[in-house]
Structure formats: structure tokens, C-alpha cells
Design a protein around this ligand. Structure first.
Ligand SMILES: [Zn+2]
Ligand SMILES: [Zn+2]
Ligand SMILES: [Zn+2]
Length: 271
């Protein structure tokens, strides 16, 4: 229907432009998937983009698809918010200008060890080709050759009831009370008086000795396996394109290590 609207408005669209799917997102947005690369390329031209937005009204924004990587052991001198630093990555890596959309530290700077010299970042790229190039050849950041792997989405856990099921967030949680992620009792996690990990009780697997967000939790491990098996991205080392080499299957090992190691709970742990 949206496409019809644009055609009626006299816009010159790619002949085979169509919307393949529309999916409602948790936070209220709608994600439209376009039929082909040609349509996406058409929409990336600023003039076409502004005409497109005019037809839809002010509340519509276009977000390009991003390809996320974890890059390991970056010198801490790297400034992820500096445009100079990200364009340096593009230049040194032989990537297209503006192909790095965003870089961020995985672990908050405040939680860094004072002697820490390197850290890991998440890097978001605007094309599969750029992301694959880094996956295959590594990249130089702050004068150091570094390597990465895909940053895969992890199963969603509600911060109020801690379940991984039903894919909801705390704001949509049906449970009336808060469940503590550390001891499993009926209070908010930040109010927990327990300061000893051995006394933690996980509400997901009902065992003691770890918090609800622990990557060692058996329930989490089962969820993570199922999640990966359902997630096409996790099946391949690269982001598959027309190039057959990018269809190499992944054995998950690297991604598992990275997810377990780096995507730890950012909830403030009790001291
Ligand atoms: Zn919940
Ligand atoms: Zn508690
Ligand atoms: Zn558990």
C-alpha cells in the first residue's frame, strides 16, 4: 500500500520495488523489509529519501540495516565517539567512506581495570561487504591489527521477572512484583542485601550460586542454543552475499566465547 501511495504521488520508483514483510517491533515501530538491493540503494539517495519521507509524514524515520561486529583487544586509547577515529578505521581498512555507522565499548569505561591496556568494541557497519572484509582480514585500529566476529543478538531477558520466555521487556511485564535477579525473592535487584555470590538463587534454573543473568546458567545456555539455531545469522561466519565464500558455516565456538565473555550483565553488582 505504501508503494502504491508513492507511485500515485508521481515518484519514479525502481520497477520491482516491493515491501517483502512488515514486522511490529517491541518498542512500537514497524520494520519494513524491502524486496531487493536496488530498492535499498534507491532509498539511500538523499533526494529519494526526503521525497519518500514526505509521503509518510513526520513520524517516520529511516534506519539503515546495520551489520554488527565485536572487535577484540583494541588499545584503550581508541575513542569510539570520534568521527576522526572511525574514518581512520575506514581508511586503513580500505572500506568505503562512511561505512562505519557506530562504534562503542562493550564494557562501560567506569568498570575498567586501572591497568587495562586493551578492550573490546562493538562496530556497526552499513554493508555486508565491509563487515565481511573485517571478519576475513581483520583491521588496524590505533596502530594494532585486530580481529573480530559477528555480534549476535542474545535472548531477551526481562529485568523485572528475569524470564527469557515471551520476549518482553520490564515495561511490558505482566508480573505485579519485582523479582530479584540475585536472590530470587520479591524485591527489586538493586535493593538486594545479599553480597555473596554463593548465596545467589537463580529464578530461571532454580539453583543456587549464580544470578539470573549468569552465562553459566543452564536455562540461559539452553535458550542461547535454541536462539542461535533459529537465528540464520549465527549459522555463518560471514554475512552471506552473492559471493559463495561468504556462505562458510560457523561452528559457533568463537561467538560463544565472545558472548559469554563480553556480553555480561551491566546491572550494578552489589559490592
Ligand atoms: Zn517480565
Ligand atoms: Zn535479592
Ligand atoms: Zn540459573
Amino acid at each position: 500500500m505504501a508503494i502504491e501511495l508513492l507511485k500515485n504521488a508521481g515518484m519514479d520508483l525502481p520497477s520491482n520495488m516491493a515491501i517483502l514483510s512488515a514486522r511490529k517491533l517491541v518498542h512500537g515501530g514497524i520494520l519494513y523489509e524491502l524486496s531487493n538491493l536496488e530498492s535499498a540503494a534507491w532509498l539511500s539517495i538523499p533526494g529519494n529519501r526526503s521525497n519518500f519521507l514526505e509521503q509518510f509524514g513526520a513520524e517516520v524515520i529511516i534506519k539503515d540495516h546495520m551489520y554488527h561486529l565485536i572487535i577484540e583487544n583494541i588499545p584503550v586509547s581508541f575513542n569510539p565517539t570520534s568521527p576522526v577515529a572511525t574514518s581512520e578505521i575506514e581508511r586503513k581498512g580500505g572500506l568505503q567512506p562512511k561505512s562505519v555507522i557506530k562504534a562503542r565499548y562493550i564494557k562501560p569505561v567506569a568498570r575498567r581495570n586501572p591497568n587495562q591496556r586493551t578492550t573490546h568494541i562493538a562496530l556497526s557497519l552499513n554493508s555486508k561487504t565491509s563487515a565481511n572484509q573485517i571478519l576475513q582480514h581483520g583491521i588496524t585500529i590505533e596502530g594494532k591489527k585486530v580481529y573480530g566476529c559477528k555480534l549476535l543478538p542474545k535472548p531477551t531477558r526481562c529485568l523485572k521477572c528475569h524470564t527469557f520466555d515471551r520476549g518482553h521487556i520490564a515495561a511490558e511485564c505482566q508480573q505485579e512484583h519485582d523479582t530479584c535477579g540475585m536472590c530470587g525473592e520479591k524485591h527489586c535487584t538493586v535493593e538486594c542485601k545479599i553480597d555473596n555470590a554463593a548465596a545467589y538463587h537463580c529464578v530461571n534454573c532454580k539453583s543456587n550460586g549464580h544470578a539470573a543473568w549468569s552465562r553459566e546458567c543452564l536455562t540461559f545456555k539452553v535458550k542461547w542454543e535454541t536462539h542461535k539455531n533459529r537465528n540464520d545469522e549465527a549459522q555463518y561466519i560471514y554475512f552471506p552475499t552473492e559471493d559463495l565464500l561468504t556462505w562458510e558455516m560457523s561452528r559457533h565456538t568463537q561467538a560463544d566465547i565472545d558472548i559469554n565473555h563480553h556480553q555480561q550483565q551491566t546491572y550494578p553488582a552489589k559490592q
